[in-house]
Write a protein of this length. Structure first.
Length: 321
């Protein structure tokens, strides 16, 4: 709503600057409670970048170029993950979590400064009325899109969030070696996000690529489940491919959410879609970790392979979009 009302040139720098300040404070937190509070505030402030940057791209590019543009924009996530996978273990080993938090705070400050300098200011329209926002957020198509594509996140959490633990605990990988496997998955994810975004422009559909991505994710995670206890020469590439595919869909889903909104309300629509993903990301790691601890890695990954099929089914009613 802030991006719609005041523009992304205001909301993005302010949000990232707040995130940077909270991360810096977390580096020197005097207690565990203070650490948790600072990290929660950092997450809340940093969330501004999702709606603001997505809204900026939506308004910069016509519809037939938007999928590619948002796919490129969404490479920021795997690039950030790649930087974290490579840099944070070394920083933590050298100076503990304090070094890591200061590093992240510096990156966020750089993002805030860049946003303030390079984002183009523009007319934000006629302001934002609560009624029009609530009408956007009551759109059943937006709910179906957000929840249908959002369940893909379960597989993403399983592979990207727990892949290092699988390699470390079950196959005796070092933290660094396991992190490099996830880094490879993130590089692939960046390429796939651009590719699927361009594909959605070519076929003039956001939902068709989303649904096919769901099938691809399901198959790749199922292969990983079969190989979870198998030879690492097969497991490592399977894990990297599954990780890349599990992250390939995000840009297209964001484009679809923005295009469902009426003119001038894309920020609120993107924010809703991102909030749905955030809600699922709270539940997914708890459920997956519980499944692993109560069964096996193979069984837990097999469940993760089935979950995207529910998203595929849910998105079926939007197949004409």
């Amino acid at each position: 709503m802030a991006a719609d009302r005041w523009g992304e040139r205001v909301s993005l720098p302010l949000g990232l600057a707040g995130c940077s300040a909270c991360l810096a404070a977390a580096a020197f937190a005097p207690s565990y409670g203070a650490l948790v509070a600072y990290l929660a505030l950092a997450g809340a402030a940093g969330a501004s970048v999702n709606s603001a940057s997505g809204r900026a791209v939506v308004h910069w590019f016509p519809q037939d170029e938007r999928g590619l543009a948002l796919g490129i924009r969404h490479t920021a996530i795997p690039i950030g993950g790649l930087v974290a996978a490579v840099a944070l273990p070394a920083l933590a080993a050298a100076g503990g979590s304090r070094y890591a938090f200061v590093f992240l705070a510096t990156l966020c400050a750089g993002g805030a400064l860049t946003g303030a300098l390079v984002l183009r200011g523009r007319d934000t329209g006629d302001g934002i009325e609560l009624e029009s926002v609530t009408r956007t957020l009551r759109d059943r198509r937006l709910w179906r899109l957000s929840l249908g594509s959002g369940v893909y996140l379960y597989a993403q959490v399983a592979i990207i969030g727990f892949g290092v633990l699988l390699l470390h605990d079950e196959h005796d990988f070092s933290d660094r070696s396991a992190g490099l496997v996830i880094a490879a998955a993130l590089v692939l994810a960046g390429v796939l996000r651009i590719g699927i975004g361009h594909w959605s422009d070519v076929v003039r559909s956001r939902v068709l690529p989303l649904r096919i991505a769901g099938i691809a994710i399901s198959v790749s995670v199922a292969v990983t489940a079969v190989l979870a206890d198998g030879p690492v020469l097969l497991l490592v590439p399977a894990l990297a491919v599954a990780g890349g595919l599990s992250m390939a869909w995000n840009g297209v889903a964001l484009a679809a959410a923005a295009e469902l909104a009426r003119t001038g309300r894309s920020g609120a629509s993107i924010g809703f879609q991102q909030s749905a993903l955030a809600s699922i990301s709270v539940v997914a790691p708890v459920v997956f970790a519980t499944t692993v601890s109560s069964s096996t890695w193979s069984a837990a990954l097999a469940v993760a392979a089935v979950v995207p099929l529910f998203g595929w089914l849910a998105l079926g009613e939007l197949r004409d979009y």
